[in-house]
Every structure is written in C-alpha cells, then in structure tokens.
Write a protein that binds this ligand. Structure first.
Ligand code: NAD
Length: 354
C-alpha cells in the first residue's frame, strides 16, 4: 500500500427516519436560542415545520435561497440575520439552501445545522460556490463545513423521481472522481465504493416506486458517503466540465452532472484501469465494464442524455471546451482541447459514452 494522508472532517451526523424530531434537542445541546431558518421559496412549508418543532423559538424564516448562491441574496439574508439577532442558521433543502447557510456562517461565525433533502452532498463539504455579476467563484475553508447534519429519510420522500435520479447520479460523480483523485486514500475508496453501490442499487427502485422506504434509506446513506468523498479529496475533469457548463452556460446542476459523467469516465478510462475494475464491481449489470454499467444505470433511470435537451447549443461546444482547458488542473489523463471538444459534442448530442 502506498503512503497516504487522511483528514477526517469533524462534522456530527444524525441519520435515519424521523430524525427531524431530534432538532430541538440538538439546538439546546449547542446552547442556541435564535436560529434563522433557511429554505428556497418552494420549500418554505418545510421551514415552517421547523418553526413549529422549535415551538416558535426562532429568529425568523428567510425563504429566498437560490441556485449558485448569488451575492445579492446572501447580503439580504445577512441583513435579516443581523436585524433578527440570529445566533445560528438552520438550512433545510438541497445544495442551494445549504450554500446560503454556508455563506452566512462563514461571514458571521454563526453555527450551521444542515437538514439536506436532496442527494447533492454539499452538507459534507468545506466548499462554497458563490456568484457575483454572473461569475461563479469557489472557495474551501474548514470553517465552511456545517457543524451538525440531520439526515431524515422522510424528507426525501417528496423528492420527485426525476430529481432523485439526477441528484443521485450527481452524488455518484463525487465518488467516481474521488476514486482517481491525486490525493485519494484507502479510507475514501471504501466510502466511495459503498456510496456508489448504495445509490446504484436504490435509484432504479426509487424511479419506479418513489415511496420505497428501504431504497430511500439506501440512497440517502449513499449520498452522505459520496458527499464525504467530495469534501475530502480533489475533483478533476468531470467536476471541472460541469463547473464550466453551470457557471458559464447556466446549465442545470444535477442534470448536467448526469449527462457528463459517463463521457468524463470514458475519457479517463485508459489511464485508470484499476479504478474501472472497482467501479464495474459496484455497478449492477456491468459485466466487468464500468461504462456499460453506467450507461445501463442511466437508461434504467430514464434521464435525459443530451446537453441539447437543456438548451445547450452546438456552436457553444467549442467555447466550452476552450474554457474547460484554459485553467490547468490535475487529471489522470492530460486534458486536451481536441478530445475534450469531441467529448462535449457527444454529450451535447446525447450519444452514449464508449
Ligand atoms: P437545489 O438545492 O437547487 O434544489 C432544487 C429544487 O428542488 C429547489 O426548488 C428545492 O427547493 C427543491 N427540493 C429540494 N429537495 C426537495 C424535496 N425533498 N422535495 C421536493 N423538492 C425539493 O438542488 P441541488 O441539486 O441539491 O443543489 C444544487 C446546488 O448546490 C448548486 O448550486 C451546486 O453548485 C450546489 N452544490 C454545492 C456543493 C458544495 O460542496 N459546495 C455540492 C453539491 C452541490
């Protein structure tokens, strides 16, 4: 075994069904008395439920969380937190709401309790992406990591099947790239493979039967492990391409991850034979071929496969490739404009990866 370094993130996790009932005791354990509740406009009823659970002892509800954490919304939320004398933030929702919680917490030092309702994994990372004047910047700081995460499987039962599918593949992508990260290690490999296995086996069931409780448990557990991988080691080609497509072309987050993953993996495959074998072992129906397993999974999830399905234009393929190769980063295979352009063209057209 090669020498390695492993940094454990100091988060506290409460996992299961009905775990939201532990929120009040968690708030008092942390000696907090005025949490500001955060949600998107679509999930304000979830924030109201938290207010009831806490007997109304909250600073208020701020229900304007938005994708990519725009600076204007953060400024408004910060003003509200100050005016209501909030002593903490509680975010309930997906990566967008959790991002707002992180943005407030890192600027104020307020403790952050996270209650995730998608599989995106932001709750397990010390990473924050924010946008100002249409430009997305990302930073990492151990202080960004939320102090407590409450995973309540019951909250994921309402996640529509199509979103469950793409959000779940978004999580799988974190683990796939963790397996070949430059700073990967045996502990992260264990978490990554267990995370992929849990999601790959449960997502097809969720798509056909969204109310399947056992599958929902397995998917959320997998999402937690995959989020841990994202927070622990460096990401490469796949995440950089998705960052480009989301940041510069406003493509939807989870759907873009879902389309790009098999293509990014196929691009790197010649340089990561051991990882491809490990992946094939945890992808049902792969017959020893991880790309085949991933294509099969996406077919069973009935997800859209082409960037063009989300308004991406063929003439932007070249521009996206140019941006994606302009900032050098580590990747198991050199990132070259020609093959990356072809990768993006195939992803645009919705062709199968091979
Ligand atoms: P999201 O948070 O944008 O949620 C999408 C929509 O689904 C919202 O309207 C939300 O209210 C709704 N929703 C969420 N959970 C629901 C549920 N259980 N039932 C019904 N509706 C529900 O989507 P996301 O994919 O979770 O997050 C994407 C954002 O998170 C992006 O901005 C991305 O960059 C960021 N992200 C950051 C990290 C990180 O480590 N910093 C990791 C992953 C994602």
């Amino acid at each position: 075994m090669d020498a390695f370094e492993y940094n454990a993130a100091p988060g506290r996790v409460i996992f299961g069904s009905g775990t939201l009932s532990k929120l009040a005791s968690e708030v008092s354990r942390l000696n907090l008395s005025a949490p500001l509740l955060l949600s998107t406009p679509q999930q304000v009823s979830e924030a109201s439920k938290l207010e009831k659970l806490l007997d109304g002892k909250v600073a208020g509800i701020f229900a304007e969380a938005t994708m990519h954490t725009p600076s204007g919304i953060t400024a408004k939320a910060l003003d509200y937190a100050k005016s209501t004398k909030a002593d903490s933030v509680i975010s309930i929702g997906g990566g967008s709401t959790i991002g707002l919680g992180k943005a407030i917490s890192i600027r104020t030092g307020l403790p952050h309790i996270c209650i995730p309702t998608t599989y995106a994994g932001s709750e397990m990372t010390p990473i924050l992406g924010e946008t100002q004047d249409g430009k997305k910047t990302t930073r990492s700081d151990p202080k960004i990591l939320p102090g407590t995460v409450i995973y309540d499987v019951d909250l994921t039962m309402t996640l529509p099947s199509s979103m469950s599918a793409t959000s779940g593949v978004n999580a799988i992508a974190h683990s796939v790239e963790a397996l070949y990260a430059k700073n990967t290690n045996p502990i992260i490999n264990l978490l990554a493979l267990e995370g992929i296995k849990s999601l790959a086996s449960s997502l097809p069931t969720i798509v056909s039967t969204p109310s399947d409780v056992a599958a929902r448990h397995s998917a959320l557990y997998g999402a937690w492990l995959c989020g841990t991988c994202l927070g622990a080691v460096g990401m490469s080609l796949h995440h950089k391409l998705c960052h480009t497509l989301g940041g510069s072309f406003n493509m939807p987050h989870a759907e873009t991850h879902t389309i790009i993953l098999p293509h990014a993996l196929a691009y790197n495959a010649p340089n990561i034979p051991e990882v491809m074998k490990k992946l094939a072992d945890v992808l049902p129906g792969s017959d020893g071929d991880a790309i085949k397993g991933l294509n099969l999974l996406l077919a069973r999830l009935k997800v859209k496969r082409g960037l063009k399905d989300f308004g991406f234009k063929e003439e932007d393929v070249d521009k996206a490739a140019e941006i994606a190769v302009s900032n050098p980063y580590w990747n198991p295979r050199p990132v070259e404009k020609g093959p990356i352009t072809e990768l993006l063209r195939r992803a645009w057209a919705g062709e199968e990866a091979r």
